[in-house]
Ligand binder design. Structure first.
Ligand code: GDP
Length: 367
């Protein structure tokens, strides 16, 4: 590794720690290993596993989180050697997404991604810790379990089959929900209702802002909107034009491919919005990096050509110096606090100014 990649590794580890805290963990210690490529058996290499083992003991940790994707056998080997639960970056992100998914579709999408992740790792989970014989370290390819035959296998096969069934069922359900959503969206497009997508890094405060902007719990009975997904709400400009605001999936650096696949339709929907409101956590140690990561994902789904309104959130928790720096860096950005309600009117105005003006105005008369 060059110094640059070491810095990358440190940043990535800092971010991993922040993600772990988001998921509700308390982070005790960090460990960086320099290698040209991961060790096939243990990812970090035999010597480093011993260091890790001592670190786990001295810190009294109950979990090891690894910044990278572990193969099923690497995960198993590490658990066996450290005697604690080992989680990789993908599993951690999936966990956070599971906590954050609010809509029925979102929850189904996360479950699908989790099951696809779990399927090849099925044997490793739980079993490593209880099976102390230590014989499975050899020849453990993808799926593992070579040479481990016995009554357990039947149960494993049943579990795998059940998971496969659940996966195909989830796929069908997601497809059906997608069709319904597309039909509704097509109707709104025909009716000239502009769409605003709220994008941003996981935990930046997207849902909090959505609530602030639309007034949580305000359900308006209107044919066009009554059956909206909970993550899409309607709002009205000061001159009575209606638009929709949708919360999108949270973005994370190196988003696991299972997530991108499961959420593809939701992500692609962002590309059809009229405006992207990009929420950044101003109290985060590295907001610029978050912005870069989000723009990268937006680019992947073809949403990088849309007009973007940058919103720096959590100004109540950010320090003055950072805020000044960010103001210089992003002079066009709107600074808000979803918690305190600060800057929300400015944000509403800014959104309004950027909405496309329909040739024919649609007015919805509220009761
Ligand atoms: P999302 O993952 O982007 O949808 O983020 P959430 O809206 O779920 O918020 C993530 C966390 O940040 C929650 O714990 C919120 O309470 C917190 N949060 C959101 N907005 C603010 C804010 O303006 N100030 C502070 N201090 N915390 C906020």
């Amino acid at each position: 590794w060059t110094e640059g990649t070491l810095l990358d590794a440190e940043n990535s580890l800092t971010e991993l720690a922040a993600l772990a805290e988001t998921a509700g963990s308390q982070v005790l210690e960090g460990l960086i290993q320099r290698r040209n490529r991961p060790d096939p058996a243990t990812y970090i290499g035999r010597g480093k596993v011993d260091d890790l083992g001592s670190l786990v003991l001295s810190a009294g940790a109950d979990t090891v989180i690894c910044d990278g994707e572990l193969s099923p056998s690497q995960l198993r080997n590490l658990e066996q050697r450290t005697k604690v639960k080992v989680v990789d970056r993908t599993a951690l992100i999936l966990d956070i997404f599971a906590q954050h998914a609010k809509s029925k579709e979102g929850r189904a999408q996360v479950e699908l991604a989790q099951l696809e992740y779990l399927l090849p790792r099925l044997r490793g989970w739980g079993e490593t810790l209880s099976r102390q014989t230590g014989g499975s370290g050899r020849g453990g390819g993808a799926g593992g379990g070579v040479g481990v035959r016995g009554p357990g296998e039947t149960k494993l096969e049943t579990d795998r089959r059940r998971i496969r069934h659940r996966i195909s069922r989830l796929r069908r359900e997601i497809k059906a929900m997608r069709t319904v959503r597309e039909t509704k969206r097509a109707r709104r497009t025909r009716n000239g209702v502009p769409a605003v997508a709220i994008a941003g890094y996981t935990n930046a405060g997207k849902s909090s802002l959505l609530n602030r902007l639309t007034g949580a719990g305000v359900l308006v009975e209107n044919a066009l909107f009554a059956t909206l997904d909970p993550t899409t709400r309607r709002s009205t400009t000061s001159d009575g034009r209606v638009y929709t605001l949708s919360d999108t999936v949270g973005f994370v650096r190196h988003l696991p491919h299972q997530i991108v696949e499961a959420f593809r339709s939701t992500l692609e929907e962002v590309a059809e919005a009229d405006l992207v409101v990009h929420v950044v956590d101003g109290a985060h140690p590295d907001p610029e990096e978050q912005v870069r990561a989000v723009r990268e994902v937006l680019g992947e789904v073809g949403a990088d050509r849309l007009p973007e309104l940058l919103v720096v959130n959590k100004t109540d928790a950010a320090d003055e110096e950072t805020l000044l720096r960010l103001k210089r860096l992003w002079p066009e950005a709107i600074f808000v606090s979803a918690h305190r309600g600060r800057g929300i009117d400015d944000l509403r105005d800014a959104i309004e100014r950027r909405l496309p003006r329909p040739a024919v105005e649609v007015r919805v008369v509220l009761p």
